[in-house]
Structure formats: structure tokens, C-alpha cells
Design a protein around this ligand. Structure first.
Ligand SMILES: [Cu+2]
Length: 338
């Protein structure tokens, strides 16, 4: 009895301190679950971030929005096809969400784009996925760029079916107001570009592929299924919006500079939602399980462990992979709507 009372006391103490660190987590919703005022407030906050001074000290980063793009660009060679891919990006998106809230007065949570809702399972060439509110000029993030030809150097994988490549022409992120300086010669910022490729968007965003990822038995295979291999011959849900929206010449298709498209954060938030759904199928295990290579694609080499340290530069303090497995703990604080 004494033991029972004691353990109940300890339990209450633990429950109490958890509640203290993450009270009222922001609830992340699908973009189209936000009403128009909430959407405007989100876009306003993104533009606000792009007017705040930089803190990263990284090359050409002039605004706090640039900081995120530059940090991802800086670390691109070590954060993809590795065991910490999903958790690095989880921390990155959550830090962006926090900046929008704390520095720009955004009251909501980071929204996501559930592209599987829009992908056609019968017609890869369908343009329906691009006709939703996500790409609307007033209710979303604006549309495609004008078609521009791409040469062999720009298109090394010889991707077919490109439809754009030029600057985004409508919506809140058009030139000359919204420009991207990181990764371009000093004093010569570029516009936000999109280069829709319908077959990639429809094929890679299939719910059946999401289900395949969700069915993985452990963290290592989950993480591997999320990214698959660097080949367009095999679909992977991570590639869906990157190459379906960014294509060859678009910002989101550039592996280093992709966070320059504000849609990056809705895309990666959706991947994180899938990750959280996968964790929820066995939380006791999946709060404490990581794996996968430290060196990209090195599946026979050294693996990441729970105490492996993640850094996102000056954006937030370094932390362990284990601390990022809980979305409502001491490090992170958010949840997902049903
Ligand atoms: Cu990335």
C-alpha cells in the first residue's frame, strides 16, 4: 500500500511537470481546415518572418526567413538519407512554427498540406491536385511559374513532364516583394520559382504509399521508407511535393534551397504528421526508438542512437534525438487534429 501510494505520488509529480512544460499545445491542422482569417494570419506571419533581421550569420541570410533556408542549405549533405532525417526536419519545422508565433504574433499552429487528399490514383497527368486552395492566389500560396526550357546541366535526371520553371506569378510570394537571397550571388536575389510536374505529384503522393510507410515495423525501416532511394524510378512520399511542385527549376525541387518556398513547411509538416501517426501505433516503443545511418545511405555503417545530437545551427539549441520523439515534452510542444 505504501509502495502504491508512493508510486502514485511519483506519477502525479511526473504528470504535473509534463503538463507544466507543454500546456495548450498548438493543434496543427490541414491548410483547408483553417478559415480564411486563420490562413491570412499565417501568410502574414510568414511575410513578417521575411522582414525580421537574420540571426544565423550564414552567407546571404538577411532575414529570419532566410536563416531557415540557409541553415537547411548548410546542412543538406548530412540530413538526408540518414537516421536523423525525420527528427531533424521535425525540429526544424517546430522551430519555424515557434518563430512565427513568438516573433510574428501568429496565433495558430503550423498547418500541413495532406497531398494524398488531392492526388489522382487513376490519372498521373491529372492537374486537379494543382487546382486546390493550396495554390490559390487568395486562399493559398499562389501558383506555378511560366514554362522555361531546362538544359541538361539543369536537368541531370532528364525529368519529363515539366510545366513551369519561372517566377511564381500570383499570390503572396511574388517578386519584387518576396525575393530569395540565399544561394545566389550577392546582390542578385532570385524569385520564388515553381515547376509543377503532374506525374510526380500524383504518383508520389498516393495514399497507398503513405500506408506503406505507416506499415513499417521499426524506426529504421520507417525512416528508410519515407525517403526511399535517390531515384525517380521509385516513388517516395518525401519527393512528392519537392519534385511535384518544385520540379527541376523550382525552389522546392532544389535539395539545398527548398525551404525558400513557404510550402516546404506545409509539406514537411505533413510528413511529420505521418511520422506521428506511425509513432502512435506503438507509443511505448516509438517514444524510445531510433536507427538508421549517420552517414547518408550507409546502411552497413554506424547508426544513430537516442543520444545522437541534432543541431539546427543558431535557430535553436542542440538537442538529442530522444527529446524529439515526444511532440509534447520539454523540447517540442504541438499536436495534430484528427
Ligand atoms: Cu530537407
Amino acid at each position: 500500500m505504501r509502495f502504491l501510494r508512493l508510486s502514485l505520488g511519483v506519477f502525479l509529480l511526473v504528470a504535473d511537470s509534463l503538463a507544466d512544460t507543454c500546456k495548450n499545445p498548438p493543434i496543427r491542422k490541414e491548410w483547408r481546415q483553417l478559415d480564411l482569417d486563420e490562413r491570412r494570419d499565417y501568410i502574414r506571419a510568414v511575410l513578417c518572418l521575411a522582414s525580421q533581421p537574420a540571426i544565423s550569420g550564414l552567407e546571404n541570410a538577411a532575414t529570419h526567413f532566410d536563416d531557415f533556408q540557409a541553415t537547411h542549405s548548410d546542412q543538406t549533405p548530412s540530413i538526408h538519407w540518414v537516421g536523423h532525417f525525420a527528427l531533424w526536419h521535425r525540429y526544424f519545422v517546430a522551430t519555424y512554427e515557434k518563430a512565427l508565433r513568438e516573433e510574428c504574433g501568429y496565433r495558430g499552429a503550423q498547418p500541413y498540406w495532406n497531398w494524398s487528399l488531392d492526388a489522382s490514383s487513376t490519372d498521373n497527368s491529372s492537374m486537379a491536385i494543382f487546382k486546390t486552395d493550396i495554390f490559390d492566389a487568395d486562399r493559398g500560396f499562389g501558383g506555378n511559374g511560366k514554362y522555361l526550357p531546362a538544359n541538361a546541366t539543369q536537368n541531370p535526371f532528364n525529368l519529363t513532364g515539366r510545366t513551369g520553371g519561372g517566377c511564381v506569378e500570383n499570390g503572396p510570394f511574388t517578386p519584387p516583394d518576396f525575393m530569395l537571397a540565399v544561394g545566389h550571388p550577392k546582390g542578385q536575389p532570385d524569385c520564388l520559382r515553381r515547376d509543377w510536374i503532374p506525374w510526380i505529384m500524383n504518383y508520389f503522393a498516393q495514399q497507398s504509399l503513405v500506408d506503406h510507410v505507416l506499415a513499417q515495423p521499426d524506426y529504421t525501416s520507417f525512416s528508410r521508407a519515407l525517403e526511399n532511394i535517390p531515384s525517380f524510378a521509385q516513388p517516395n512520399i518525401h519527393g512528392s511535393a519537392h519534385f511535384g511542385v518544385g520540379g527541376v527549376l523550382g525552389t522546392l525541387g532544389n535539395s539545398a534551397l527548398s525551404p525558400g518556398d513557404p510550402l516546404f513547411f506545409l509539406h514537411h509538416c505533413n510528413l511529420d504528421r505521418v511520422f506521428w501517426e506511425w509513432q502512435n501505433r506503438d507509443l511505448p516503443t516509438r517514444f524510445h526508438q531510433v536507427g538508421g545511418p549517420i552517414t547518408p545511405l550507409d546502411y552497413t555503417g554506424k547508426n544513430v542512437t537516442l543520444d545522437f545530437r541534432v543541431n539546427i545551427g543558431k535557430l535553436a539549441p542542440n538537442t538529442t534525438l530522444e527529446s524529439l520523439l515526444n511532440t509534447q515534452g520539454n523540447t517540442l510542444c504541438y499536436s495534430y487534429s484528427e
